[in-house]
Design a protein around this ligand. Structure first.
Ligand code: SF4
Length: 711
């Protein structure tokens, strides 16, 4: 309740794809219904009253004059493709929702009749991570339709598969517990850039003497603020973890009691790790981190938590698993606390994702059984989202079955974010592909749409949300009415289901019913958590098992593990293999390329908002290089350069700044239409998949760079 009767304060949750899932308070002018202020919820124990730079100015985004406010249809004869930003409306004409839904239903029915329903492909990811927005009525719709299933693997699937293989479940240290750590390894984790609410806990730990060590091939903001930055060659994290294991096991620093109680496969791993190829000197040659540092790091890590020392916490983020053998890398790092028994101490262990904390009833929301009622009468085929280019350009979509004739995009901007972009755009340009895009703004993807539908921001819709970086479930209330004619996923796909003639009453469910369904479990972690209670309290900490001292210590005892062996699983042992695209195999494209994300954008989201562009002005259109790579190519700071490989090329400006080591170049994601040459860094990335989980391999990319000579 607000003390000012002219305003009300509404609890919402930031639904952007970020581990922090902040509790948000939105002040609304009751006379106009307009949001006037957005702030972090001071009562939320992780948000602690502040928002990141991305969302602190969120009202600029919500009320941007560029918001899409009504449905549109491509004008006859206007070709698909990139239009200059600001001129996109020239390609479209305004239509009503009725017209849009009728046309979509008609086209989908006709495509399904002619080619089979699997010729219709949904494409979505985590543009919103609320349970309803991410996957509820949309999934029901495509399941009942019999559309192809999408393997949603672009971000975190290799790491998720890795955690599951080692622990059986995706749990981790609570962010609040990092204050108790004495050594914090940020491994491929730019905490200051994209997990900012963990930072105050780390700072508090450092005030009490903790050391922060960053392992990253790029000098991130976090690395610049750390006690030590270990510049590792891209894609060699498995080797470093094995080198640390070698030292730990060679010197007998494992926690034998813990290993005996909680770990399976120890003897096999020990024999493997002690192989001379994993000795620090050998690992130094692979990783670029000197042997003495590996020795010191391993010993400090192993001895943390012992003899009165504070424990070691690893914040592993998704960076390392976006390389060719990223699943193995994440497995190897995740095994370290199983050797040292770090999980037994408050503040010890590892956090990659806490998403497994929340027993949401996804199957109830998404109803995969509806596929049996579809014209297919069986499970539909699955297409990996990282292979969108292949799916749109191969006659059998690359997986067998019919060609993709309709693409329905929501919660994503595939024209900008999908690897092997030239293939993706070749497919999206097809005149015979019917494309619908549900969006808040004209993006690189709407440029290829036949129908554009307006989507709401998280302030304009109701949802329930967990987190992958903390342990609180929250409700997000609708703070303001949807702008213009924006409709959320629930209303869009529910109404479309009715237009398709689907008889099931599940298409009538609305937000409150779906939230109730998401929470409808007897799982003790959700015991007592109801929509009504969430509406009163905003956030509730998930009930996790406590030990006799009242501590929550995941994986401190065998009961926590969900692997087939019932223990922390060290087999199969992690084997280091250099990615095909890495310095170990470099030929005509000798430089390892890091396609980075901007600290002040969320992947491609926010890239069109002027205030965010100003925050990222220094990183716009630049290629970061090491002096030893620039000099032999005759490249000086500020020169225009072409970065290229067999898949494509992009134009950037060289920045010789010391943020990358020799042999590595880096540039950040931008919208194509905002890039010089109208192609972003995904023109260079490949659609090769990770060793586990079918993930994207953005960070296994080789390129060459040449100076663009003035004509
Ligand atoms: S993007 Fe992340 S840090 Fe920023 S407000 Fe949203 S949840 Fe919080």
């Amino acid at each position: 309740m607000s003390e000012n009767p002219a305003t009300r304060v509404v609890h919402a949750v930031c639904s952007h794809d970020c581990p922090d899932s902040c509790g948000v308070l939105v002040t609304v002018d009751t006379s106009t219904g307009r949001a006037t202020r957005i702030q972090g919820d001071p009562a939320h124990p992780v948000t602690r009253g502040f928002l990141c730079g991305k969302v602190a100015k969120y009202l600029d985004r919500v009320y941007s004059p560029d918001r899409l406010l009504y449905p549109m249809r491509r004008k006859p004869g206007v070709p698909k493709g990139s239009l200059p930003q600001g001129r996109e409306t020239e390609a479209f004409e305004r239509i009503t929702w009725d017209e849009a839904l009728d046309e979509i239903a008609l086209r989908l029915k006709s495509i399904a009749d002619e080619y089979g329903p699997e010729s219709i492909l949904p494409y979505s990811y985590a543009g919103t991570i609320g349970q309803l927005g991410y996957g509820s009525m949309d999934r029901r719709f495509f399941h009942r339709l019999g559309g192809s299933q999408l393997d949603r693997t672009i971000c975190s699937s290799a790491g998720g598969a890795a955690l599951t293989s080692v622990y059986g479940v995706r749990l981790g240290i609570a962010p609040e517990d990092f204050v108790h750590a004495g050594l914090i390894l940020a491994w491929g984790a730019n905490i200051h850039g994209n997990n900012i609410h963990l930072w105050p806990f780390i700072e508090e730990a450092r005030r009490q003497g903790a050391r922060l060590v960053v392992i990253d091939p790029y000098k991130t903001r976090t690395a610049a603020l750390a006690d030590e930055h270990l510049v590792i060659h891209p894609g060699t994290d498995t080797a470093l973890a094995l080198g640390m294991m070698h030292v730990i096991l060679r010197d007998g620093l494992e926690d034998r009691d813990y290993v005996e109680r909680c770990v399976h496969g120890f003897a096999e791993l020990k024999a493997h790790a002690l192989d001379p190829q994993h000795a620090p000197e050998a690992i130094a040659r692979v990783t670029g981190i000197d042997a003495a540092t590996i020795e010191r790091l391993a010993r400090q890590y192993a001895l943390a938590g012992r003899d009165g020392r504070r424990p070691a916490a690893i914040r592993l983020n998704y960076g390392i698993q976006r390389s060719e053998n990223g699943g193995t890398a994440a497995r190897a790092v995740a095994m370290l606390p199983l050797l040292t028994g770090g999980w037994q101490y408050v503040g010890g262990g590892l956090q990659l994702s806490t998403s497994g904390t929340f027993p949401f009833q996804s199957a109830t929301l998404q109803m995969p059984e509806l596929m049996q009622a579809s014209p297919l009468g069986r499970l539909a085929r699955t297409i990996n989202m990282n292979r969108l280019g292949e799916a749109l350009t191969e006659p059998d979509a690359g997986v067998g079955g019919p060609p993709v004739k309709a693409l329905f995009v929501y919660n994503s901007n595939p024209a900008a974010v999908t690897p092997d972009q030239n293939e993706v755009l070749r497919g999206m340009r097809r005149d015979d592909l019917f494309t619908v895009v549900h969006e808040q703004f004209f993006t690189d993807t709407t440029d290829y749409a036949d129908i554009v539908l307006p989507a709401p921001s998280f302030l304009e819709t109701k949802d329930v949300q967990g987190a992958y970086g903390h342990h609180f479930v929250q409700i997000s209330q609708s703070a303001i009415s949807p702008l213009g004619e924006a409709r959320n996923n629930v209303r869009l796909f529910g109404e479309l289901g009715r237009r398709m003639g689907f008889p099931e009453s599940c298409f009538d469910d609305r937000e409150d019913e779906l939230i109730d369904q998401a929470l409808s479990t007897k799982d003790p972690r959700f015991q007592g958590i109801t929509r009504e209670r969430l509406e009163r309290e905003g956030h509730i900490r998930i009930a996790m098992p406590e030990n006799s001292r009242g501590e929550v210590l995941p994986f401190s005892t065998p009961e926590w593990f969900r692997t087939p062996s019932g223990r922390g699983e060290l087999t199969p042992v992690p084997v280091f293999r250099a990615p095909v695209e890495s310095r170990a195999h470099a030929d005509e494209y000798p430089l390892e390329f890091l396609p980075r994300k901007a600290d002040n954008y969320m992947n491609s989201t926010f890239a069109n908002i002027p205030i965010h562009q100003r925050m990222e002005a220094k990183t716009a259109g630049i290629l970061e290089m090491h002096a030893s790579d620039a000099a032999p190519r005759g490249i000086a700071n500020g020169d225009e350069v072409e970065v290229f490989n067999a898949r494509g090329s992009v134009k950037l400006r060289a920045h010789v700044d010391g943020h990358v080591g020799a042999g590595v170049v880096a540039a950040r994601l931008e919208w194509n239409k905002l890039s010089r040459g109208k192609a972003n860094i995904n023109a260079l990335t490949s659609d090769r998949l990770t060793d586990l989980g079918g993930g994207a391999t953005f960070y296994s990319t080789l390129v060459e760079v040449r100076k663009v000579l003035a004509s």
